[in-house]
Design a protein around this ligand. Sequence first.
Ligand code: B16
Ligand code: MG
Length: 310
Amino acid sequence: MKSSEEGIHSASIGGIWLSCVMGFGGLRIRRGNLELNPKLPKAWDELRFPLVWKGQKLTVTVEKKGVTIANDGSSPVSLMVFGRSSRVEPEASVYVEKKTYEAVIFDLDGVICHTDHYHYLAWKEVADELGIYFDEIINNRLRGVSRKESFDIILERYDKVMREEDKEIYLTKKNEGYKKLLEGMTPSDLSAETKNTLMELRKRGIKLAIGSSSKNAGLILKQLGLEHFFDAISDGNAITHSKPHPEVFQKAASMLNCKAENCLVVEDAEAGLKAAKSGGMDCAAVGDAVKSILADYKLSAFCQLLEIVR
Ligand code: B16
Ligand code: MG
């Protein structure tokens, strides 16, 4: 009772196990999936614990730079380690290295804020005027794609050929409608979770940038009260190729003076994930993009970034 050097009180063993395995080992069971997100105290070199998961005997060894999971069972085990999906075959082990990121590059529409719905409403008005069928599923294809390319996707269902000068008229109309909707945005449109996560990343010394295809990125950030928050803003005004080309993220990385492999991109669009991967960057998906095989991390909540970037 005086101190643990005389032994540990048996009634505390469960608490100690929880502190080590769930605390430093970062073990969680979320939506029926096993997750490991370990972080060792500075003075520890290693933490090892046995585990039985769905009848399979595992041994988890946490070191400073990564984790080894050994499967002594007879069936494969799938789990998430540092936010990445891993699979350990029977009588085998895998080592997962902890990645460290210097910078996070955020897509804007659909990630930092939900202007993706405003895009939908503005396009819907144009489509209705032209008698073109348009719904939220088609709208998903416009995520991350430039204004002009978005209109070309909508026009796939148009039975006439539109002249370039007429296209320009509708593009302007759409943008005016969209900007009108943006006028109603205020800093309260930035969710508390997003704001707190951004602040915490900043506190951890991570460089933060925007990588958006939108030419309205500056206006959106101003409406949200974030015009001076990011270390770099790379947007649709300064690029010649829209996502899935990596240019917008490469520009952001170079503005931050960071190598591609040290950047993590956060995206809600398949086009954006492709852009990140072809630029040599890891990517975390939010929203519908989590279904993509390109996503290195699948976020079900924005604040999960804090488990990946630390
Ligand atoms: P604008 P992101 C993209 O922004 C949108 O996802 C996409 O739907 C839009 O067409 C594009 O910006 C261009 O936007 O018309 O404002 O220039 O997701 O890359 O931040
Ligand atoms: Mg987006």
